[in-house]
Design a protein around this ligand. Structure first.
Ligand code: SF4
Ligand code: SF4
Length: 361
């Protein structure tokens, strides 16, 4: 493992080299009317680099690049271009996603489980995952409503990221950023030459810093999932009062569109080409059959599906891993402040009453 210390100017220089070598995608502050939004964006020009904004949790994630909101599924063209190794992604530079939170890295890993499953391999997804590097990010501010720790996702590392950057918002100079690069990992030649010129950090000092941050985060989160995952499907489906905790839901779908782990999509035809676009289980028409029958007519039934998908069906299919990474976006983006943690609490309460609570969590 290598550890480098950087000040703000050195970070900008490093990002400029990344920009020259890779397609650089990073959180960027965008003014939209009265709103200041932080969104993952492809950096188009060198002079945009100082506007990369890391301090706050971005609203969007690399999901928008790996599983785009809508895309053409032109298999014929895709296969012939692939044979010739000519498609635009094969020709493109490697994409470097800079400043990705550990929960969002866990979300990409979840997508990989689903879309790179050898029995149901998605070639469009696979092609987008071929040339990516992720650099993780953390600072000492716990993102709002975040509960990733309860889902056993660490804050400061992830196996998908060969490097992680830590920003100590209280420090100045070379103590401000710490860049950790995993043992054996090499960036391009020019990046490595730049890294050689940076001051080396003491791992003990970084560990102390991260332990302090972790203690602070632990003091700030009090959410607990009492039952082991997967939640037992039948009991949860039938016994939980779904109406009470979800009554205020408007069915707008905002939670699912911002969620880094929601991946449901719809197909539609544009002339002779098949397309897909994100869909939402929160929409009333999501499950409407051609006959007009809708097995989920009420909003609480749609919420039941959303929660069971993430905490029962997904863990059943993928080695007990939940279909949620606890990022908290669905909570702070919801227009009526509906909090998924309250819905999980309702499930927990019902299972505890029914004698299902597990000692294991
Ligand atoms: S964002 Fe809130 S109101 Fe909209 S569908 Fe999700 S839970 Fe319901
Ligand atoms: S369900 Fe909510 S907390 Fe979980 S990953 Fe999706 S947006 Fe984040």
């Amino acid at each position: 493992m290598r550890l480098k210390k950087l000040n703000s100017e050195e970070l900008i220089e490093l990002l400029e080299i990344f920009f020259a070598e890779y397609d650089l995608i990073a959180p960027f502050k965008v003014e939209q009317g009265r709103l200041n939004r932080v969104l993952f964006r492809k950096i188009r020009q060198n002079n945009e680099i100082p506007s990369i904004y890391l301090k706050e949790m971005p609203e969007t994630t690399p999901k928008n690049f790996i599983l785009p909101r809508d895309e053409r599924l032109d298999f014929e063209r895709f296969n012939s271009e692939r044979e010739e190794n000519e498609n635009s992604l094969a020709r493109a530079k490697t994409r470097l996603f800079f400043g990705v939170r550990s929960c969002d890295l866990a979300a990409i890993e979840l997508f990989d489980d689903v879309f790179l499953d050898e029995d149901y391999l998605d070639p469009f997804y696979e092609s987008r995952r071929e040339k990516n590097i992720f650099i993780g990010y953390s600072n000492q501010i716990l993102p709002p409503n975040n509960f990733q720790k309860e889902l056993e996702i660490g804050y400061f590392d992830h196996q998908l990221a060969p490097a992680f950057i830590y920003e100590d918002l209280e420090a100045r100079g070379r103590e401000h950023y710490w860049l950790k690069i995993k043992a054996g990992y090499q960036f391009s030649k020019d990046v490595e030459a730049h890294l050689d010129n940076l001051e080396t950090g003491e791992i003990g000092n970084l560990e102390k810093l991260l332990n302090d941050w972790e203690d602070k985060f632990t003091g700030e989160t009090d959410f607990e999932i009492k039952n082991k995952l997967p939640f037992p499907e039948k009991e949860v489906f039938n016994q939980v009062d779904w109406q009470e905790p979800t009554a205020s839901c408007l069915g707008c779908g905002v939670c699912t569109y911002y969620c880094p782990t929601c991946f449901c999509f719809d197909f539609f035809w544009d002339g002779s080409t098949k397309n897909r676009a994100w869909d939402s289980c929160m929409f009333s028409l999501f499950t409407e059959h051609a006959s007009g029958h809708n097995p989920r007519e009420e909003q609480h039934q749609r919420w039941r599906q959303r929660l069971l998908h993430k905490f029962s069906y997904h863990p059943q299919n993928y080695n007990d891993k939940p279909g949620c990474v606890g990022c908290g976006r669905c909570i702070y983006k919801c227009p009526v402040n509906l909090d998924i943690r309250n819905v999980i609490n309702a499930v927990d309460k019902t299972l505890v009453k029914g004698g299902q609570a597990s000692e294991e969590r």
